[in-house]
Design a binder for this molecule. Structure first.
Ligand code: UTP
Length: 290
């Protein structure tokens, strides 16, 4: 089996749920405490053994490229002022991985965004991480999928159980749990109504995909919402018996959603040694007045 070296991270969406903040800046650059969301996602991939990151960007996403690039003037100023710690912080980001960028001319959907990465990925399996989904125990999220990929040799979707009233926000799998960590997916549907959902197991922003997915994506017609849906290509893999679901044992934040974004900031701040005591005391005092 081919080793997994590459990850695709699509960041070309418009982020309309986060307007006006996303009018002139990418939602993936919004910070959790002091680090942009996209950096947490990239670091998760690197910790899982990935060394090459393909970002699918679009109009107005230049700040993401700059974030992972050398910032010459800033570095020079920090060096002259003797701010070694800040300098290291800024420079370390550049050395996280090898970065490549491909452009999605129009945000025609997640399936289309992934297809844009075809030539950068080539004929090898790859991880796919959505640029706005963050997990709190970040080590274990992608790791669970990679383990399922190595156990089965099939494409993998990361899943979590969601409340029935939320199934219409996700791709939902029909996957009988069999006690293992990789359940055979027999069907997958995009944004079903609660009454039509085959289960409450939702696909949540992490995938390991075989390169054959590109052939299915290239043959797609627009699906739900007029977009090219990754779910429709995954449904073909499911019919071919080449798709499994791996449950992700970590808390997830969809940072493109305002409530989840706020929760993520609070929880990430409380994990920080430099903030936990003061911020925790502040929250306790605030909660008494609610
Ligand atoms: P979302 O649906 O969460 O992103 O896509 P969005 O379209 O930017 O969000 P809203 O609904 O308008 O607020 C999940 C991921 O797929 C990327 C997004 O950038 C996000 O990281 N995406 C989505 C693309 O790269 N291209 C697309 O055409 C659509």
């Amino acid at each position: 089996m081919n080793p997994l070296r590459k990850a695709v991270v699509p960041v070309a969406g418009l982020g309309t749920r986060f307007l006006p903040a996303t009018k002139a800046q990418p939602k993936e650059m919004l910070p959790l405490v002091d680090t942009p969301v996209i950096q947490y996602v990239v670091e998760e991939a690197i910790r899982a053994g990935i060394d090459s990151i393909v970002l699918v960007t679009g109009r107005g996403k230049g700040a993401i490229e700059n974030h992972f690039d050398v910032a010459y003037e800033l570095e020079d100023t920090l060096r002259r002022r003797g701010k070694q710690e800040d300098l290291n912080l800024v420079r370390d980001i550049t050395h996280l991985a090898q970065f490549a960028y491909v452009r999605q001319g129009e945000p025609l959907g997640l399936g289309h965004a992934v297809l844009c990465a075809r030539h950068a990925v080539g004929n090898e399996p790859f991880a796919l991480l959505l640029g706005d989904d963050v997990f709190d125990e970040r080590d274990s999220a992608l790791d669970a999928l990679i383990a399922a990929y190595h156990a089965t040799g099939k494409s993998v979707v990361g899943v979590q159980e969601v409340p029935l009233e939320h199934v219409s926000r996700y791709g939902i799998v029909s996957a009988p749990q069999d006690g293992s960590d990789a359940w055979d997916v027999t069907a997958i549907v995009e944004k079903p109504k609660p009454a039509d959902a085959p289960s409450r197991w939702a696909v949540v922003g992490r995938y390991v995909l075989e390169p054959r997915i590109f052939e299915h994506l290239a043959a797609l017609e627009p699906g739900v919402g007029g977009e090219y849906q990754l779910t429709d290509a995954l449904a073909i893999l499911a019919r071919e018996g080449r798709l499994v679901a791996a449950p992700i044992p970590a808390k997830r934040f969809d940072t493109g959603n305002k409530l989840d974004y706020l929760k993520a900031n609070v929880e990430f701040a409380l994990k920080r040694d430099d903030l936990r005591a003061d911020f925790g005391a502040y929250l306790k005092a605030l909660a008494q007045d609610l």
